[in-house]
Design a protein around this ligand. Structure first.
Ligand code: FAD
Length: 403
């Protein structure tokens, strides 16, 4: 019997394992991973690893030696097939059956299947795993023209990296805006201009309707009937939680996400979940949220581990993520989607800019590009404590006045 069984070989699992040991867990820890590589930093896949600026060792969360020293067993190429929550037992693809005392589900997400004509043609790539990235890199090294389907964070990062690799790139986005989740026409226009300056072609308001080719993809067809020639395409069309193996387990799912309470516990005894796979209660916004970002996976992995050790701590974080579009890095805190007022600080042209999203004079989210770290931390506090900013909006607008 395993004391702490962690299903998923990604960031949330690796962080949970590390936390368990650091906090004094003496029992056995086993990570089950469907992949052939030890847990690694996925964000590098659309950036320096895709560029060829980092090798596998450099993107590992911990080197192999760490797991040995910490006595954390990692079973690679081992997929969990089902969970029996009554018997506290997991069936795996290698035939190994594992009884657990405490279980963490941290299986993340996988690219959503593409339901379009021609989607099975060779040359249509996705980018979630190191294997995906290796395949994409190899393809890119022999190609000239790429189409990136989807102009959100993932798509635009991939597109800019492919430009850096010297490819002709067309981004096709069905929305009227790039990076629509930023909920700002100004920011979308800024990144549209940036992408164009970097030599990418951007088509907005154009859903992809089909892929064409014989033995491999040759063209991407859009809703207006345009056919864009390409040597390959990258589908950055979103992901779905990797929870198919939980159907029938009795573990509550909502839109495929594992439903957890404020302590990241599921409805099944001794089962927790963390990272991209969860639907959790966001205490800052008093509603359920599902977040597919690095920081959330780290913080939830850590908290779930503490609670597996009996701490009974509540998740209490302001959501945060970073993104790198070419040489522009930015951070986003909170939930930009339900603002009724937007306050700008600094200058986008100078790459020193923040956008604060307010609702009823309370900050809900902050976008920050090239601003001091202290300012971002302060914004986090304003969001977390729901500070009423009615009398302080002028200060928010003045980039040289400390907040
Ligand atoms: P994952 O990292 O997806 O790990 C889940 C693991 O579980 C995988 O190894 C998977 O193979 C395995 N698994 C799935 N099912 C099973 C099963 N049944 N049995 C065993 N193993 C299973 N976030 C940011 O904030 N900023 C960024 O700039 C950024 N860039 C990104 C770029 C790319 C290309 C990608 C793919 C993601 C990026 N992210 C970024 C998101 C971030 O990497 C994820 O939020 C984070 O990796 C989630 O961690 P996780 O452990 O929840 O899931």
């Amino acid at each position: 019997k395993i004391d702490f069984l962690l299903i998923g070989g990604g960031l949330a699992s690796a962080t949970a394992a590390e936390t368990l040991r650091r906090e004094g867990a003496t029992g056995s820890i086993l990570i089950l991973s469907a992949e052939s590589t030890l847990p690694y930093q996925r964000p590098a896949l659309s950036k320096r690893y895709l560029l060829g600026d980092a090798n596998v060792q450099q993107i590992l969360i911990h080197p192999a030696q760490y797991y040995r020293e910490q006595q954390i067993e990692v079973a690679l190429e081992t997929t969990a097939l089902s969970v029996d929550t009554a018997r506290q037992r997991v069936e795996t693809s290698t035939g190994r059956q594992i009884h657990y005392e405490k279980l963490l589900i941290a299986t993340g997400a996988s690219p959503r299947p593409i339901a379009l004509p021609g989607a099975s043609l060779p040359g249509i790539h996705v980018l979630r795993s190191r294997d995906d990235c290796d395949a994409l890199r190899q393809r890119a090294s022999k190609a000239k023209r790429a189409v990136v389907v989807g102009g959100s964070f993932h798509g635009i990062e991939v597109a800019m990296t492919l430009r850096d690799l010297g490819l002709e790139v067309t981004i096709v986005e069905e929305d009227t805006r790039l990076l629509r989740h930023l909920e700002s026409a100004m920011l979308s226009d800024f990144f549209l201009q940036y992408a164009s300056q970097q030599g990418a072609t951007v088509l907005l308001d154009e859903p992809v309707v089909a892929f064409h080719g014989e033995r491999k993809i040759r063209e991407v067809e859009t809703g207006s009937g345009a056919r864009i020639p390409c040597d390959f395409a990258v589908a950055c069309m979103g992901v779905r939680p990797a929870t198919q193996f939980l159907h029938g387990s009795g573990i509550a799912l909502e839109e495929g996400q594992v439903v957890v309470d404020a302590r990241l516990a599921t409805n099944a005894p001794n089962v927790w979940a963390a990272g991209d796979v969860t639907s959790f209660l966001d205490p800052v916004f008093s509603r359920r949220r599902h977040i597919e970002h690095w920081d959330n996976a780290v913080k939830q992995g850590r908290l779930a581990a503490l609670n597996m050790l009996g701490r009974r701590m509540r998740y209490d974080q302001v959501s945060y993520f970073f993104c790198e579009v070419g040489d522009i890095g930015f951070d986003v805190l909170g939930a930009p989607e339900d603002a009724d007022e937007w306050i700008m600080r600094g200058s986008l042209a100078d790459h020193s800019f923040a956008l604060f999203y307010l609702k009823d004079s309370v900050m809900r989210a902050a976008f920050s590009l090239g601003r001091p770290a202290g300012e971002t931390r302060l914004a986090e506090g304003l969001i977390r404590y729901r500070t009423n900013l009615q009398l302080h909006k002028e200060i928010l607008r003045q980039p040289d006045v400390a907040l």
